[in-house]
Design a protein around this ligand. Structure first.
Ligand code: DX5
Ligand code: ZN
Length: 227
């Protein structure tokens, strides 16, 4: 069965001084999830925000909060991110020695569990935890910053992950350099959750709806969902 295309704006590219309003505006513009990039200045060379900020903006939209943890270690903070209102929590395969335990913890908290793979990390990193996963996040840039160029070699990785997943109920998410131009090849390769920061938040709130629909349409038409 074809999984629906999900568009998840990354608030990293939004106006942080009005974060709640930006989340509300993206939800009203028709996105499906809100993608929250948490960075610690250690696992990645940038620092963003943590659980208190997520809790503060949680009331801004009644759609899933998809929290992408670029932090090491992640395990001590999983409960805080859950309590802050994350519906889905993704940890990096490279961020700790006990990936299986991290995934069990996320599910025990009642949340959807994801694993993110940096561009250089092979697909085999998820082979033995595949049945603990609700989502695989394929990083298509090196994590840490928005506005970077999509790495084309990741299309083959998406295809490999699609084959590994087979008939399981697991989403494939792509994060980094997603634009109207890259959305088609990404969806054709087998990903169904598209994270986009700059491509959605550029040019202000009046363009969010058009930006979201353009990415969705490019992805759906590449899969043949629409004519
Ligand atoms: C990068 C983040 C991404 C980033 C994507 O480390 O995980 O979510 O915001 O930004 P764009 O869409 O601008 O590449
Ligand atoms: Zn992200």
């Amino acid at each position: 069965m074809t999984r629906p295309i999900i568009i998840a704006p990354s608030v990293l590219a939004s106006d942080f001084s009005r974060l709640g309003d930006e989340i509300r505006a993206s939800a009203e513009a028709g996105c499906d999830w809100i993608h929250l990039d948490v960075m610690d200045g250690h696992f990645v060379p940038n620092i963003t925000f943590g659980p208190p900020v997520i809790a503060a903006v949680r009331p801004a939209a009644a759609i899933p909060f998809d929290t992408h943890l670029m932090i090491a270690p992640a395990d001590p903070y999983l409960e805080s991110f859950s309590n802050a209102g994350s519906d889905r929590i993704t940890v990096h395969a490279e961020a700790g020695p006990h990936l299986d335990r991290s995934l069990q913890t996320i599910r025990d908290l009642g949340k959807q569990a994801g694993v993110a793979l940096n561009p250089a990390t092979p697909v085999s990193a998820i082979e033995h935890v595949i049945d603990r996963l609700d989502m695989v996040l394929v990083m298509t840039v090196n994590p840490g910053f928005g506005g970077q160029a999509f790495i084309p070699a990741m299309l083959d990785k998406i295809r490999q992950i699609k084959a590994l997943i087979g008939g399981r109920d697991i989403d494939i998410q792509v994060d980094g350099g997603v634009t109207v131009e890259t959305a088609g090849p990404i969806a054709a390769a087998g990903a169904n959750v598209l994270v986009a920061g700059s491509a959605i938040f550029k040019h202000g709130a009046t363009s969010y709806g058009a930006n979201i629909s353009a990415i969705r349409q490019a992805a759906e038409s590449a899969r043949g969902d629409i004519c």
